[in-house]
Design a protein around this ligand. Structure first.
Ligand code: ADP
Ligand code: MG
Length: 256
């Protein structure tokens, strides 16, 4: 844990995300090194750091898209193991929005949103469709419900992807550079939706992004990763005003 984290960051109550001394290797290459991270219920975290520092790997370990080899990860008290039934449960509890949307191209927007609720959560179709329309309205594209993803702009597709995650009523939402594949004019519409979600409160969010205005606006905590380690973390104001570690300073100098 970074020496710059202050007492105000102390997590109270049982953390919804717990990582203790988590390490992971791809072959001989150690991608995560002794990661200690506790996330409180409702906390909003932004993770930044240079390309290749392990940000995607870290959050993918939280929904078991990747497996760790050492240490402990628990989501809402449930430790992540190789038990397959448990993998289903953790995928339900932990929603993920990817850089490249990952929508099903042969299904309509509405079908993309109702697939998980109907087949995984066993919701009646009418209920799943009502929930889907609620979230499509919230991401401001209810009129796109019967189109196919390929007929939508990138920004609209990403908003569908966010709505799709929300339809599963996850306990934690992970975002992996959700705006970095978008044309510049579409970044704002997606960030606006994410800001709305964050400001509504209640949802635990971990977001890998280099959108530092977003971090300043909504993050409770900004985490800087380098070479598989959490190098520094702090509240956004302190993080940007007085980064402690030379690697953080260098990184911020490049992107701000
Ligand atoms: P970031 O998201 O910070 O850019 P990643 O977690 O994607 O970092 O990757 C960290 C490092 O691990 C990179 O050097 C990357 O090349 C390597 N890596 C990522 N995925 C794999 C994989 N499936 N197999 C081998 N190496 C990988
Ligand atoms: Mg990445």
């Amino acid at each position: 844990m970074s020496n710059s984290s202050s007492a105000s960051l102390a997590v109270t109550g049982q953390p919804i995300v717990e990582m203790e001394k988590v390490s992971k290797w791809y072959g001989d290459f150690q991608v995560l090194r002794d990661i200690d991270l506790q996330v409180a219920r409702g906390e909003r975290i932004v993770i930044c750091g240079p390309s290749g520092s392990g940000k995607s790997t870290l959050i993918r370990c939280l929904n078991r898209l990747e497996t760790h080899q050492q240490g402990r990860i628990a989501i809402d008290g449930m430790e992540l193991t190789d038990d397959l039934r448990q993998v289903d449960r953790v995928r339900r509890d932990v929603g993920m929005v990817f850089q490249h949307f990952n929508l099903f191209p042969h299904l309509t927007v509405l079908e993309n949103l109702t697939l998980g609720p109907i087949w995984v959560l066993k919701q009646p179709r009418a209920e799943a469709e009502a929930t889907a329309m609620k979230y499509l309205t919230r991401v401001r594209i209810p009129e796109q419900a019967h189109k196919f993803p390929g007929q939508l702009s990138g920004g609209q597709q990403q908003r569908v992807a966010i709505a799709r995650s929300l339809c599963m009523a996850p306990k934690v939402m992970l975002f992996d550079e959700p705006t970095s594949a978008l044309d510049p004019e579409m970044v704002k519409e997606v960030l606006d939706v994410m800001v709305g979600l964050a400001e509504e409160g209640g949802m635990t969010m971990l977001c890998v992004t280099h959108e530092m205005a977003f971090a300043r606006q909504v993050a409770d905590r900004v985490i800087f990763m380098d070479a598989g380690q959490i190098v520094e973390q702090n509240d956004p104001e302190s993080f940007f005003a007085s980064p402690q570690h030379p690697r953080t300073q260098q990184f911020l100098a490049q992107i701000l």
